[in-house]
Design a protein. Structure first.
Length: 104
């Protein structure tokens, strides 16, 4: 697994920041997912595994750094927003929706 994706997987924001600051592409793809798609996929799992409240720290940070929530690395593939909607993940859907609304 690429280092930035490992940071997303472990929800290690300081490490992710270091990697992005050192030049890792915000749209890097590994395992078939962009960093943002990976965050949308992994963050709710932490809630399920630990019982802690759902959070979207990594998703929010990646959006702040310029990740495109509508991008898919595969033509016709699912974007991060689509993945969140299909997965019933209301918190990232709300965050991405607000991000897109403000971006307009």
């Amino acid at each position: 697994m690429a280092r930035a994706h490992a940071a997303v997987e472990s929800e290690d924001l300081p490490r992710l920041r270091e990697l992005l600051d050192s030049g890792v592409d915000i749209e890097e793809v590994d395992g078939g997912l962009t960093l943002l798609q990976h965050a949308v996929d992994v963050e709710p799992d932490g809630h399920v595994q630990t019982g802690e409240p759902v959070h979207v720290d990594v998703t929010a940070y990646l959006l702040a750094r310029g990740a495109d929530p509508l991008k898919s690395h595969v033509d016709g593939g699912a974007s991060a927003l689509h993945m969140a909607r299909v997965g019933g993940r209301w918190l990232p859907v709300s965050l991405i929706g607000a991000f897109l609304e403000r971006r307009r």
